[in-house]
Design a binder for this molecule. Structure first.
Ligand SMILES: [Zn+2]
Length: 82
């Protein structure tokens, strides 16, 4: 397989990038996780993952309040800037 052709889109800024340069996450059973290899997932770039826009996206995607989202992603290896 040619990895150069695996282009995916950031769900926040819609920028297209190579799959391996984006963060692949998913909402499963009311948790937000790094993609486990099963089920539906979405991609977010390294810039957007730190933004409030991404929290807004997760809030809709996972059907939770923004406050709940912030708690869910608190263990992630990045921080959301206010
Ligand atoms: Zn982005």
């Amino acid at each position: 397989m040619d990895n150069e052709k695996l282009i995916r889109m950031c769900v926040v800024c819609k920028k297209r990038a190579k799959q391996f340069s984006l963060n692949r996450l998913q909402c499963i059973e009311n948790q937000i996780n790094i993609f486990t290899g099963r089920g539906r997932s979405f991609y977010v770039c390294n810039e957007c993952i730190k933004t409030k826009k991404f929290i807004n996206f997760l809030s809709k995607k996972c059907n939770k309040s923004k406050e709940e989202i912030k708690k869910l992603i608190i263990h992630f290896p990045f921080s959301i800037s206010d």
